[in-house]
Structures are given as C-alpha cells and as structure tokens.
Design a protein around this ligand. Sequence first.
Ligand code: ATP
Length: 417
Amino acid sequence: MSQHPIDIPGAALGGIAPLPPGVGQSEAQLPSVRPERAPYLVVSNVSKMFKDFTALKNVSLDVREGEFVCFLGPSGCGKTTLLRAIAGLDIQSSGTIHQGGRDISALPPEERDFGIVFQSYALFPNLTVRQNIAFGLENRGMKRADVTARVDELLALIDLAAHGHKYPSQISGGQQQRVALARALAPSPGLILLDEPLSALDAKVRIHLRQELKQLQAQLGVTTVMVTHDQDEALSIADRIVVMNMGVVEQVGTPQEIYDVPASQFVADFIGAMNFMEGTVVNGSDARVGDVTFALRRDGLANGAAVVLAIRPEDVLVADADPQSALLHPNRIAAEVENLEFLGSYLRMYLRHPAFPAKPLVAQTTQTLARALQIVPGKRLDVILPPERLRVFDRLVAHGPASGATSTVAKGGTVHD
Ligand code: ATP
C-alpha cells in the first residue's frame, strides 16, 4: 500500500459538474466493450515515470457510466499510481484522461469531479460523524438546511442514522469506513475512487461491507473505480476488472471472463487456482506432455512449438479407474491420489502421474462425489482433462520446473485460444 495524503479538501470531496459523456471525443477514441453504456472515464496511453522507473506503461482503458471497475494486481503493479493519476494527485508523465468528455489530464485535484476513500478512514477525529459528512458541503457554501437534509439522507443510506452525534473513535472500523464513503458521496461527485477501502478491516466485516458497498453503488448508479489486491473482493464486487502487472494492463473483462478465459498466463496464474503443464505441440492440434498426448481445442498450432497448458482444479474430472473409459475420453490418464485436502464442501486431490514428475496435478471435487468414489490416498483414478477446458499459452521462456511438470507458478506467455 502506498502512502496517501490524509485529506484533500475540495478535490477529494468533488465539485465540478461533469459535461455530458462523449463531449469533445470522436467515436474512434472511445474503446467499445459495452455499447449499452457510454464511456465516462477514458484513460488513453497513460505512462508514469518515477525518475527512471516506469510505474505505468501505455495504459488505456475506459470505465462506463455507472460501472463498478476494480484495478486488481499484485503489490507494486501500478494500481494506486493509476488511481492517483485519475484523481490528479500525481499527474501522469504522458497520455490523457477524459472524464465525462472533459479533458482532465492536466487539472489539479480540486478542479476534478470525484470523491475518494482511502484505506485509512481519514476522518477528522475532532468532528462528529455528522460534521465529517457535512464538511465538504459546508466548504462549498451550501445552505445549512440543505446540508442537514443531505447529511440525514446519507446517514440513512449508510444505516448510521442513530450515530450522527458520535466521534470516529466511538464507532467501529467498518462504520468509520461507511462514514468516509458518505463523506465522499456527499457532494454527488461523478466518480468515486476507492483505494483499498476495505483492507484495514477484519475478514468478516470486509466481506459484509463489500456487499453493502456493491448494493450502495448500484442503488446510486455512481461510476466507481476501486483499487484492490484481493481477487475475491474484485471478483465479487466488480462489473469489470482491470488486471494489472508490472505497470501494464494484462486484461480487462467481467469477473466471469477473467476467470474463464484468462488472456495471459499471468492472469491465469493470478486469478484462482490453476494447473500448468509444459508441453510441445504435435499433430497441429495436440500437445505432448511427458509421455501423454493431450487433444486441444485448437487448430493451426506449429508442430514443435513450446506451449503451456492450463486447467483449473475444478475442471479436472475424476472417475473410478475403468480401462474402457479411454475409448470415450481422449484426454484420460490413470493417476494415483497422493494427498487430499478438505475444503469444507469440496475436496482437493493431489494426483501423481509419470507425465508430471515434479508436481502433482490438482483436482477438486465435491465431497459427495469423493464419498461415492471412496477417494483415499493411494487410490487409482481415471482423470480426464476435457479439451475444451484446457487453455494453451505460448511458452516464451523456460521458467520454473522442467518440461512435463505441473506448476502453479509460471510467468509470461500469450493466450492461444
Ligand atoms: P500496492 O498494492 O502495494 O499499493 P500498487 O499496485 O498500488 O501496489 P503503486 O503504489 O502504484 O503499486 O506503485 C507502483 C510502483 O511505483 C511501485 O514499484 C512503487 O514502488 C513505485 N512508486 C510509487 N510511487 C512512487 C514514488 N512516489 N516514487 C518512486 N516510486 C514510486
């Protein structure tokens, strides 16, 4: 987590009325992902240098009106730097940012139209909850009666109507973060920026609050960008996720797209659990891994090309050992259960096969099926890797384990499918 200023009067609490979406921009400038909603925030070729270190490299993306977008990636990938560029807290070295059709690229924060919430709640400790929420409104010269009405409305919205008189130290962390959100929302900004707003809270509160946040955002329809390194948070809350790695955008997509069709080996590895197997293309549409040939749902691969196959544990099918099943399933191997891991209603199996000498193949199944198959360590199973669930990436560099091994750590590569 980067360091942030505690409070940014004016800028942090919004102010400038946005122009209608699309003003001043040609269609060609606006990436088209969801035509039903207009792009509201458009980031084009943004790069950010800190001396000779490049924190962002040619980042381009759009956020549609009313959308909830998460910037997700490992520590140091540039999420906060991008958020700060959007806020004007750290101007980008090159590239442009448009909000509501207005070029805000060079504007200071106080001339932009956003509300922001940081990980640290950044509430004024000497002001009550009411006064904290009212702070930005009074600074804008709003009439006292209007301020009171707006604060009442927001207190009701965040379910803290009975706590307006309390000071921040007298309410819980989750409640403080709701107050910080209400304060950011108070002037009705066009954009809400959230920088890891839930990460200081304990797990239970975090999960509860992320659902509340999602509901509130949907109810208000305010365009929202949230930085997080927590993939569960991003998958559960975002309309679309921007996956970042080392200053570049690896993929932009819905949670389902990111999970089901990762666009790069990095995304496949970063989101969820994944088995990786290094292989070599044979017959144009198969891959050889050790002594096993796997059919792929891909034509036109160059024979001899080095590839990485990827499959999620829940996509690996298991059945009782049956020599006949080899005729039905092209990607069937006979493997032995090495180890088991109980995950509540699921069971994770570590499977040994000579094709994967370095690491076991991980499969996941329901406890119900595991009981029916009487799965125990040492049991031999038929294991099927359905061709349609196998993803294929170029193997650009020889990373990690030797050929034929499975691995959950592998970097680089381009999607084939
Ligand atoms: P985290 O989840 O840890 O906050 P992040 O993805 O938000 O990570 P950033 O804070 O955007 O990462 O930082 C991206 C890179 O830029 C990091 O390598 C960081 O050290 C570097 N960086 C950020 N701010 C500065 C700065 N003011 N001066 C120099 N380098 C910086």
